[in-house]
Design a protein around this ligand. Structure first.
Ligand code: G6P
Length: 362
């Protein structure tokens, strides 16, 4: 069937707005009404000693977030890499490896080549794809469809948040199978995500206004720590893809090892910091930015805003969520910042120059 914009100005706007429904569909596919995980029985983490995750672009950042979850929740050693590096590294592979390939299209050439490298070496090859009849799906032992629905805009949005949601479910499954207790409230708390995303979509007006300021910048820095670090990378990636403004994502703690040299009053710094265990650390990095005249846009929750909002240029207030859900929720302002900055600049949101939705050549 032909997919249309459904009254939205761009496919990207439609796909951002669709996230509550898409995530709900993904949750229903992998979680029973009784709150029990329902993942394919073949998916077996009990005999696995190592998880290797490989992907490109936005899907790679989903894997980076999942590394924190698998390590913390399932206490599993995890390796993540971009497919173009992984495929030529010739990494030694123990047979107790589960190899997970994440791809919206299921056709990315480098990811497929990385999968073929692992074929016959890893114990199991799992494909997390949005297109179930894709090459990556065909060549995987276990296919986990994303259920995001067709994604047309070149910049990935709902596929990313569905990837995160399912990866979190997988980390919970791994913990269960490895005899570890699940974090309080899990997996039931996941059911709140669609509603929370719906709520944060309302931040649109404020972000539209701040995007007009961002559109004037030449460089923008995104900072995050822990599981929000990959979100800082994703925020920067989206922004540069759509608005052609130079943007860099950095782990907050690395600020002093380089990017702080760039900070002056002309460089906006977007700080993603829910009030989690690492909040104080990120805030102190943020204060180093402000001490150098940097203009901070802080994305945090109400408590975080109360503690650290003073002196920032702007605060975007997100709903309060259990720690492990924050990366899923904070994807929304990252998408909106990129989208509205691109609108302010007048660039082609759905078809940015030089980019392709699916990269089927090396
Ligand atoms: C391209 C797209 C990105 C996507 C990446 C990986 O660069 O523009 O949006 O994240 O490929 O694509 P995949 O289909 O493998 O997720």
């Amino acid at each position: 069937a032909r997919v249309d914009k459904d009254g939205h100005k761009h496919f990207m706007a439609k796909e951002i707005a669709e996230q509550p429904v898409a995530i709900d569909r993904a949750l229903k596919a992998y979680m029973g009404d009784d709150g029990q995980l329902s993942l394919p029985a073949e998916l077996d983490f009990t005999k696995i000693e190592r998880l290797t995750m490989v992907a490109c672009g936005t899907a790679f950042y989903a894997c980076m977030v999942a590394k924190y979850w698998f390590e913390q929740i399932a206490r599993m050693p995890v390796e993540v890499d971009v497919a173009s590096e992984f495929r030529y590294r010739e990494p030694p592979v123990s047979e107790k490896t589960l190899a997970l390939f994440v791809s919206q299209s299921g056709e990315t050439a480098d990811t497929l080549a990385a999968l073929r490298y692992m074929d016959g070496k890893a114990q199991q090859i799992v494909g997390l794809v949005n297109v179930p009849e894709s090459s990556i799906a065909r060549e995987s032992d276990v296919i986990l469809p994303l259920h995001a629905g067709p994604e047309i805009s070149v910049a990935s949005t709902k596929a990313f948040t569905c990837q995160l949601t399912i990866l979190l479910l997988l980390a919970l499954r791994a913990a269960e199978q490895r005899g570890l207790p699940l974090p309080d409230g899990m997996p039931n708390d996941l059911r709140a995500i669609p509603g929370l995303i719906h709520q944060s979509l309302a931040g649109e007006k404020q972000i539209t206004a701040s995007a007009r300021g961002l559109a004037e910048a030449r460089d923008i820095i995104f900072l995050g720590r822990g599981q929000l670090y990959p979100l800082a990378l994703e925020g920067a990636l989206k922004l540069k893809e759509l608005s052609y403004i130079h943007a860099e994502g950095y782990a907050s703690g690395e600020l002093k090892h380089g990017p702080i040299a760039l900070i002056d009053e002309k460089v906006p710094v977007v700080v993603m910091a829910p009030r989690d265990a690492l909040f104080d650390k990120t805030v102190s990095n943020m204060q180093e930015v402000m001490a150098r005249g940097g203009k901070v846009i802080l994305i945090t929750d109400a408590e975080g805003a109360k503690i650290a909002g003073d002196g920032t240029h702007e605060v975007i207030v997100m709903p309060q969520v259990p720690d492990s859900l924050a990366p899923i929720l904070y994807a929304v302002p990252a998408q909106q910042i990129a989208y509205y900055t691109a609108i302010a600049k007048g660039t082609d949101v759905d078809q940015p120059r030089n980019l392709a939705k699916s990269v089927t050549v090396e």
